[in-house]
Design a protein around this ligand. Sequence first.
Ligand code: IPM
Ligand code: MN
Length: 367
Amino acid sequence: MKLKVLVVAGDGIGPEVTAEAVRILRSVAELGGHDFEFREAVIGGAAIKAHGTPLPESTLEAALESDAVLLGAVGSNEFNALPPDKRPEAGLLQIRQALGGYGNLRPAFAWPSLAVNSPLKPEVTDGADIIFVRELLGGLYFGQPREWNRETNSAYNTMRYTRDEIVRVARVAFELAGSRRQKVTSVDKANVLETSQLWRATVTEVAKDYPGIALDHQYVDSFAMHLMNIPRNFDVVLTENLFGDILSDEAAVITGSLGMLPSATVGGKVNLYEPVHGSAPDIAGKGLANPLGAILTGAMLLRHSAGLDQDAQAIETAVRKVLEAGYRTADLVRGESKQKLTTQEMGQKVFEALNEIIDRSQALHAV
Ligand code: IPM
Ligand code: MN
């Protein structure tokens, strides 16, 4: 298997967590006899410093030539005063748009050994296994016109969706549900917004092509509450861009740390893989960041861009074992811990667990 991966580590903790993900992917390649090629490029604040723009042409070209893009995080306080289209985040939105992926998959899973990390009671989080399908190229993030008018002291953004944009992302959700627990919850604000009324009508129509899948509609405000009350009721959650941004951070509460959440963006020319956590500039470069979100993002890359589902599962199992053995990064430590690890040490533990798992499965196959 040959795979060209462009690594855009970005800002803050991006480089340190991405380095651990790449190490894990390299080890999968070595153990499985695959040929993975990793190239690097800059984005976000790092790119503004080096090239004066958050998404240099060279990065975009390299991304379009690769089979998958692995991104760390984007955002840096240095650039807070810049207008939205000049900030590091603009680079992220531009690369998302250029690669064309519209379905952003964000799993939120209650790892049993992290049950005490959630502020929710274990009996609430127990069994929670959700995947958000966040529409990634429409809505308020990209709608035109948009403006902050300093003369009139007013500002506006445009929330716009077309039927086709909704149909394609809804299909991603229904397909996924088919391989899970056969349930889609579509989240909108159809009691107030026309975009949501179109959303609801369109999703209802698409559902007719998937008779085996149960579809439920919820308003975003009440969904936000149910998500904390009975998270195990949800399987695939389909929603528009901004609602998905907000709800996927809320779902981190189920897992116990934002540092655990991976994501994959599918449907475009090149799939884009990025952990959900941001650049966390306050802890950057200190070995405090949790690399598991990035490592699990690497697993999603293998699953969705390389068809290596078994290897993806092996990484997920390695993460589970390391957590079960009690190893924790700073964000996951509760009270005193003898097993508090740095970013790199955590990467090393997953690396060791993965090698053991793959060795064992190869030994079985050899018999
Ligand atoms: C995310 C982030 C981004 C988003 C920011 C950094 C632009 O919060 O991926 O969730 O809002 O999409
Ligand atoms: Mn977000």
